[in-house]
Design a protein around this ligand. Structure first.
Ligand SMILES: NC(=O)c1ccc[n+]([C@@H]2O[C@H](COP(=O)([O-])OP(=O)(O)OC[C@H]3O[C@@H](n4cnc5c(N)ncnc54)[C@H](O)[C@@H]3O)[C@@H](O)[C@H]2O)c1
Ligand SMILES: [Zn+2]
Length: 359
């Protein structure tokens, strides 16, 4: 079995990340190695993931002295709500967890964010293990400590920074992920290349057919490289003061696109792909990114099966209103993440007029 392990360095909140194949069947041992006490614990998952993977996870935990209770929520973003959180708290109370009891988050970003927030708050904080199963969760959300639920009016409005004690990533689970969700997650991988790793762009160009065929070798490498990048950024900037901002490349326009279409048309990564493509055009105009490199990024996104063009007629009032709601707005301008070359990001203030010019 091939696997890699590294540490997210956050002083006394440091934690190990394991990436490999078949790690699901090592969860009990890995959790014990990470210092978690056996005994009562909860495995929070959604119905799709639970159907596929809950049985081996529960069995392995039992084999290592844990007494896990399965807590299964309905799949999808609707479950990232206060109502579901309330229901989850009740299940945790039924299970009579104590302060040493671990919460295992087995699922995509929805489960990770919700279970993470439950772990951060229940009994003022329980040890958390992230077991990401979707591409988005494996390359991005499982690491970094952001947890949240949504309010009707806005995503991720209620949350906490809460670091897990262990992140265990089994790439074999990506095999069952629906195609659209698989490709969506690749947008975040391409983002790491664009902002901090030019050789990753080249590697992705070569490996894309094998990645899309879900060959486990390139998938393991892709997940590991992505998480190592995120670990470096998070270690240097746990609470998004400075460096961590570059992770928002493509996200300003992406979020506006998601919000102005009421989150109905695009998955997050699909909107971010379009946002990155537009941000690359802005970079060419304002930061000296070479035109051929902007084009190269667009071609890679296309090769991953992601769209790169804003929908026709979309530059409407709704888009401007969505941009105005951006947390990074200062008057009529926004702080934007741009590239001065492939593999290097910086932030620039751009006016709404400058943004609209290239979109
Ligand atoms: N905390 C962070 O830093 C961070 C970063 C990025 C995204 N997010 C959040 O993550 C969420 C999106 O995550 P997501 O895209 O993983 O969505 P998701 O959790 O809804 O998963 C997508 C779908 O895939 C299914 N699924 C997951 N893993 C599977 C597998 N291995 N096999 C078969 N089906 C599987 C799920 O049941 C779901 O239907 C959003 O709420 C977003 O806000 C958080
Ligand atoms: Zn994102």
């Amino acid at each position: 079995m091939k696997s890699a392990q590294f540490l997210v360095e956050l002083g006394r909140n440091s934690y190990p990340v394991q990436v490999g194949r078949g790690l699901l069947e090592d969860i009990g041992e890995s959790a014990r190695d990470a210092g978690l006490s056996a005994g009562r614990c909860a495995v929070i998952t959604d119905a799709n993931v639970g159907r596929l993977y809950a049985t081996p996870v529960l069995k392995n935990l039992q084999d290592h002295g844990f007494r896990p209770q399965l807590v299964e929520i309905a799949p999808g973003e609707v479950s990232k709500s206060l109502a579901t959180l309330d229901w989850v708290y009740h299940r945790l109370a039924d299970t009579e967890l104590d302060r040493d009891s671990a919460i295992f988050a087995l699922g995509g970003g929805v489960v990770g964010d919700l279970a993470g927030f439950a772990a951060a708050t229940y009994l003022r904080g329980l040890p958390l293990v992230q077991m990401p199963t979707s591409m988005v969760a494996q390359v991005d959300s499982a690491l970094g400590g952001k947890t949240a639920v949504n309010l009707d009016r806005a995503k991720n409005l209620i949350g906490a920074f809460y670091q897990p004690r262990l992140v265990l990533v089994d790439v074999v689970m990506l095999a069952s992920l629906p195609e659209r969700e698989f490709r969506e997650g690749l947008a975040e991988v391409i983002k790491y290349g664009a902002i901090m790793d030019a050789p990753l762009i080249e590697w992705l160009e070569e490996q894309m057919p094998a990645i899309l065929a879900r060959d486990l070798d390139p998938l393991s490498e892709l997940v590991e490289r992505s998480l190592r990048h995120k670990a470096v950024v998070v270690s240097r900037d746990e609470r998004e003061g400075g460096l961590r901002k570059i992770l928002n490349f493509g996200h300003t326009l992406g979020h506006a696109l998601e919000a102005s279409t009421s989150f109905g048309n695009y998955l997050h990564g699909e909107a971010v792909a379009i946002g990155m493509s537009a941000a690359a055009r802005l970079s060419t105009r304002h930061c000296g990114l070479r035109l051929e490199d902007a084009e190269r990024l667009r071609r890679l996104l296309t090769a991953a099966g992601l769209g790169t063009e804003l929908p026709k007629g979309w530059l409407s009032g709704e888009f401007i209103s969505a941009l105005r709601l951006d947390k990074k707005r200062q008057g009529d301008s926004l702080e934007f993440v741009l590239l001065d070359r492939l593999g290097h990001a910086l932030t620039r203030k751009l006016s709404f007029d400058q943004i609209i010019e290239v979109t």
